[in-house]
Design a binder for this molecule. Structure first.
Ligand code: F6P
Length: 324
């Protein structure tokens, strides 16, 4: 089938670079004579019929902007079959023949269901700062989020050194330690605590004290957020109550989700947006853009509907070894 009209939405947490992907989808589609309708606020906006026509200038001057001009949401209704059936009716009523979804593994499960239940053509583009989708080495936004966290921690290190302090710096990642691991190695952190790790306070305290004994002026412990943001405060309390160690807490939070995308994010998102449209033109769906062995490729969407196992403890060890 050759498509004349496609829909485009972002879903889940936003990520820097989503706008570059939106721009690439819209410009590639228009280049090939395909009409694009933007769907505001993800699957929730789709169910409410929040459509906006996209033209060349609606994606002008957005390549450098963080967030997503289409906005996004998490949509619990989408878990229910009847809402997905309603969405297909709405799409068809608009004349939309295929859908491109920029988001994470949950968003791709939602897209896959549209294909499985209604044979509605879908293509995914991985966008999440967490870099935690199976089947792809990279998700749009990760590089920018890591860069933002590194810049913040470098600043914290300055003051930590001046005052000879220990800092617990919490970075994002509910289900993923990818940001923590990369940021920890790149900032010379003394320790990295993984998102699903039961904290060994004794070891942490020994490491901090060993550093002090050999004359270190500061310690940075990077903490992956895990299921509940703010877990660093619990660790702070245990260090104080049981080991009489003072540690300061800095939670970086949503600052990591915003900001102008790095060149890596801009470049990969531009390639992915272009390839996603090409995949529909070539009749290849349900598919997803992925990075494998450093190259941007298309793969079956099914391969990217799970969380990646990115708890690479070797990086945790690397950070510890390099900071002795
Ligand atoms: O989008 C991924 C992410 O930023 C996770 O790293 C984080 O745990 C979560 O989203 C926060 O979600 P929300 O913005 O809905 O609180």
């Amino acid at each position: 089938m050759s498509f004349k009209h496609i829909g485009l939405l972002c879903s889940g947490g936003d990520a820097p670079g989503m706008n570059c992907a939106i721009r690439a989808v819209v410009r590639t589609a228009i280049y090939h004579g395909i009409k694009v309708t933007g769907i505001k606020r993800g699957y929730a906006g789709l169910l409410r019929g929040e459509f906006t026509p996209m033209n060349l200038s609606s994606v002008g001057n957005i390549i450098q902007r963080g967030g997503t001009i289409l906005q996004t949401s998490r949509c619990p209704e989408w878990m229910k079959k009847e809402f997905r059936a309603k969405a297909v009716d709405i799409l068809k009523h608009q004349g939309i023949e295929a859908l491109i979804v920029i988001g994470g593994d949950g968003s791709f499960n939602g897209a896959m269901a549209l294909w499985d239940e209604h044979q509605f053509p879908v293509v995914g583009i991985p966008g999440t700062i967490d870099n935690d989708i199976s089947g792809t080495e990279y998700t749009i936004g990760f590089d920018t989020a890591v860069q933002t966290a590194i810049e913040a921690i470098d600043k914290i290190r300055d003051t930590a050194h001046s005052h000879a302090r220990t800092f617990l710096v919490e970075v994002m990642g509910r289900n993923s330690s990818a940001i923590a691991l990369k940021v920890g190695v790149c900032t010379g952190a003394e320790n990295i605590l993984l998102n699903n790790e039961k904290v060994n306070h004794q070891k942490l305290s020994d490491d901090i004290q060993r550093g002090m004994a050999r004359g270190k002026d500061s310690s940075i412990i990077v903490v992956a957020e895990g299921p509940t943001a703010g877990r660093s405060y619990d660790i702070q309390n245990v260090l104080k109550d049981m080991y009489h160690l003072e540690a300061h807490v800095a939670i970086l939070g949503h600052i990591q989700r915003g900001g102008s995308p790095t060149s890596n994010d801009r470049f990969i998102a531009s390639q992915m947006g272009n390839m996603a449209v090409q995949s529909l033109i070539d009749g290849k769906y349900p598919t997803v853009t992925v990075v494998r062995s450093g190259k941007v490729l298309m793969a079956p969407l099914m391969e990217c509907t799970k969380k990646a196992d990115n708890n690479l403890e070797e990086f945790q060890k690397l950070a510890e070894t390099l900071s002795i």
